[in-house]
Design a protein around this ligand. Structure first.
Ligand SMILES: *Cc1c(COP(=O)(O)O)cnc(C)c1O
Length: 360
């Protein structure tokens, strides 16, 4: 199917929420227009609800999910700080790279791909780390790591959590768990266009932040003065007006549905998908009991052409599934069932399509 038709097909596998799409097409407001500032405030309020936090510094950073990762490390790592990082996939490894460039002395705690991180191993890796960092939902493997357990035992360390694939899809409780800094993205379980990184930073992290971080653009002190209420709105950089308006609309849809309903919808779709794949004789790649509902990894069966199957799914059915990444390149498929795409009918369509293509 031609790409344009796929996009215009209406709500479905490739379509963001109509409300969020429509927001992108509205006449543009100026970035200091009081109407836009109202939308920005409302978007930050909605983010506080979705993060389950009262953190004042809660806002969308201008950039994709990785910009939230960069902002976390450049603002919190003082040169030479010990930073313990859990690595059981590609995104934990990315944290190691980013923290190292920010001047951290990184201590990695690894788990094999497809297995969860051991919270005790993270907590005992160093006697007094400045920061512990981990990925909540490892998108490269489909594994959920236990952020709550690490938060409960972190002591004096700050905890940074990558919630890029978790926010909106599975429970995230920043204040209840005691997470000091967390970032997400607009395009995964929140289900709008890519380009923003929902971000939140708590008071302990704020007090310990670097006051002149190496990155001018991601300096949270300056961003806070521009983007959050109670400040003079001193210009720092031009807010991505259309993107923020769209994110605000998407968050509105999510909150109207209710977080618990959204989590339940992701859970039931993920379960249906995983049971269906097993019924087709396929093997799931992530350890049982730690599987994410919103991102399923399944082994490419022997003798099957990985790329050809993905191409046929896309061309015949308009369904895109992900290839394996990193260590698992060519070995697994990664099936996202996130945000608005987490619908039973999409799961049924995919399972039927896979059965047809694989001749099962
Ligand atoms: C997608 C992803 C990122 C990176 O987000 P971008 O929007 O691609 O920059 C970081 N961490 C995890 C766990 C992800 O899934």
């Amino acid at each position: 199917m031609p790409i344009v038709e796929r996009i215009l097909m209406g709500p479905g596998p490739c379509n963001p929420y109509p409300e969020a799409t429509e927001a992108l097409g509205r006449p543009m407001l100026g970035h200091l227009d009081p109407v836009f500032l109202g939308i920005l405030d409302e978007t930050c309020d909605r983010l506080r609800q979705v993060w389950s936090t009262e953190n004042h510094l809660t806002l969308p950073i201008s950039g994709t999910g990785t910009s939230g990762m960069e902002a976390s490390f450049v603002n919190l790592v003082h040169p030479g700080d010990v930073v313990v990082i859990g690595v059981n996939g590609l995104f934990g490894q990315r944290m190691v790279d980013v923290a190292g460039r920010a001047g951290a002395e990184v201590v990695t705690v690894e788990a094999p791909w497809g297995q969860p991180l051991d919270p005790d191993a993270l907590l005992s890796a160093h006697r007094s780390p400045a920061i512990i960092a981990m990925v909540h939902a490892e998108t490269s493997t489909g594994i959920q790591n236990d952020v709550a357990a690490v938060a409960a035992g972190k002591g004096d360390a700050l905890l940074i959590a990558d919630c890029v694939t978790s926010l909106g899809g599975i429970p995230v409780d920043i204040d209840g768990w005691g997470v000091d800094a967390a970032y997400s993205c607009s395009q995964k379980c929140i289900g709008v266009a890519p380009g923003l990184s929902p971000f939140t930073l708590g008071p302990r992290a704020w007090e310990r932040r670097v006051t002149q971080p190496q990155s001018w653009y991601l300096d949270l002190g300056m961003i806070d003065e521009y983007a959050t209420t109670g400040h003079a709105r001193k210009y720092h950089h031009t807010a991505p007006v259309a993107m923020i308006t769209s994110l605000g609309a998407g968050l509105g849809v999510l909150l109207e549905e209710g977080l618990e309903s959204s989590w339940a919808r992701h859970r039931s779709c993920g379960q249906m998908l995983q049971e269906g794949l097993v019924a087709l004789g396929l093997e799931l790649a992530a350890a049982e009991g730690h599987r994410l509902p919103q991102l399923t990894t399944v082994k490419v069966p022997d003798g099957v052409d990985d790329a050809k199957v993905r191409q046929l799914l896309l061309e015949r059915y308009g369904i895109e599934i992900g290839a394996g990444a990193g260590q698992w390149a060519g070995q697994v498929w990664r099936i996202g069932c996130m945000g608005h795409t987490a619908r039973e009918r999409n799961v049924i369509l995919l399972l039927q399509a896979l059965a047809e293509i694989l001749g099962r």
